[in-house]
Design a protein around this ligand. Structure first.
Ligand SMILES: [Zn+2]
Length: 137
């Protein structure tokens, strides 16, 4: 009896996240939520941002990485502010779980930055308002 109980508990436990999150260790949890993989997710995001910044600067864009823009509510840090000729853009990189609609996430981030007068003023270049976009993967 005791042996069966221990075995059942072990089987049940194996479904749970090994980081002690007290939740089922789904692929979604492990790849998008768990604290144990947080550092890896940040590194993956930053690798994409750095690669994008490098490649854009190679083709003539002035690239500012993660500027801290003070707003009435909080400091906002878009991943990239790009300027060239009479064009400017705010670019944010998102690495998302596949079940999340990409259009919704894109629209949410565009609203987040475009609703802030301070962010738009900061990113305006030669009186051209910035395009706000995301690299959503
Ligand atoms: Zn976890």
């Amino acid at each position: 009896m005791l042996k069966t109980s221990l075995l059942n508990r072990a089987r049940r436990r194996s479904k749970y996240c090994s980081a002690g999150c007290n939740t089922i260790a789904t692929l979604h949890h492990i790849s998008q939520i768990c604290w144990k993989t947080h550092g890896i997710r940040i590194k993956r995001h930053d690798t994409l941002v750095n690669s994008l910044a490098h490649n854009l600067s190679e083709v003539g864009w002035f690239v500012e990485k993660m500027p801290k823009i003070s707003t009435a509510e909080r400091i906002r840090k878009p991943d990239l502010v790009l300027k060239r000729s009479n064009v400017s853009a705010i670019v944010n990189v998102q690495v998302l779980w596949e079940s999340i609609p990409l259009d919704e996430c894109h629209a949410r981030l565009v609203a987040y930055y475009s609703d802030s007068r301070e962010v738009v003023e900061y990113s305006t270049f030669k009186s051209c308002k910035p395009s706000i976009t995301t690299l959503t993967v």
